[in-house]
Design a protein around this ligand. Structure first.
Ligand code: NAP
Length: 291
């Protein structure tokens, strides 16, 4: 007798880059019988069926989640609350729900508000993988390979649900790590959210200069590398800023103070400070990927 797959019916709400890539990876692993997609309109979902990312779709969340073992909410952070509100009355007590949102405190607050309490079968998650592309056509099965997925289970989270979501992500080739919600949001504010703010602001500042055409013409590889993430989806990043406001503002304040210190060193011809700053940063960057 053939072994049962890990998930019999998987429902992905928001079949975009992350939801689509997860569906593709689990299908390749042969650990899901049926994948049902759900979204706002039919265009993206039809494409998802045509590409073989999902088996079928339903634009009605109540019907889409029927009979699902696992529901993955993979919509932008600002859409998580309305999506959950539409789903919750139709979820069976056995369905495990997870999300992929880039900030976790806001998701946990949404869940608590909508369910009335943290439900045992909700496992907050965040894959630390992505590209600056969006939509199902940008999705690919190997997106999570050798990347990390952070789960932020809560005191109320049931061990079986937590274990199932761990296994699901492990099948994609990711290393699965548990972290506290606040710690996750602080770490991501520093390593992902602040860098996106810097890239967006730098490109926006330069793009508003009178001689921008000239400036961009002579931009070298370093600028291309640094500015790549400024082509990420603006709405998604708008939602992340708002969702992780408190922790992000702390990082922006810290960075602004350091930038001002560097500006002062340049202004006052304090060469020792300039050199020491760059040397410290080079040492840190050179050691970053060796640990
Ligand atoms: P995406 O490619 O734009 O996919 C999101 C999908 O959600 C869309 O395909 C869309 O499907 C649906 N959607 C969009 N707005 C919606 C709304 N207002 N209500 C309901 N559904 C909506 O985005 P993504 O990059 O996969 O990001 C999805 C989630 O993953 C976000 O919460 C993000 O924070 C998180 N994340 C992203 C990355 C990354 O690098 N991209 C990495 C880790 C985590 P329909 O058009 O069919 O409705």
């Amino acid at each position: 007798m053939a072994a049962r797959p890990l998930i019999r019916r998987l429902c992905i709400i928001g079949v975009g880059l992350i939801g689509g890539s997860l569906a593709r990876a689990l299908r390749e692993a042969g650990e899901v019988d049926e994948i049902v997609g759900c979204g706002r309109g039919e265009d993206n979902l039809r494409t998802a069926v045509r590409l073989g990312v999902v088996d079928r779709y339903d634009t009605d969340p109540a019907r889409a989640v029927t009979g699902a073992d696992v529901v993955v909410v993979a919509v932008p952070l600002g859409a998580i609350a309305p999506v959950l509100r539409a789903l919750v009355p139709h979820l069976s007590a056995n369905t495990v729900v997870t999300d992929v949102g880039s900030a976790k405190g806001s998701v946990v607050a949404d869940v608590e508000r909508i369910y009335g309490a943290i439900p045992p079968n909700f496992v907050p998650g965040h894959p630390i993988a992505g590209t600056e592309q969006s939509g199902v056509e940008a999705s690919f099965a190997t997106l999570f390979q050798n990347r990390r997925v952070i789960l932020t289970p809560l005191a109320e989270t049931c061990a079986t649900a937590h274990h199932l979501i761990r296994q699901m992500w492990a099948l994609t080739g990711a290393e699965v790590i548990d972290m506290g919600v606040r710690h996750h949001d602080a770490v991501l504010a520093a390593t992902s959210h602040l860098p996106h703010m810097l890239a967006y602001t730098l490109v926006d500042t330069l793009a508003r200069l009178d001689d921008r055409a000239e400036i961009f013409r002579y931009a070298a590889g370093g600028f291309r590398d640094f500015s790549r993430i400024a082509s990420s989806d603006p709405k998604m990043w708008h939602d992340i800023c708002i969702a992780n406001r408190e922790q992000l503002l702390e990082m922006i304040a810290l960075f602004s103070a350091d930038l001002e210190r560097l500006a002062e060193a340049i202004r006052s011809d304090d060469r020792a400070t300039i050199l020491a700053t760059f040397q410290r940063a080079k040492r840190a960057r050179d050691n970053l990927y060796l640990e």
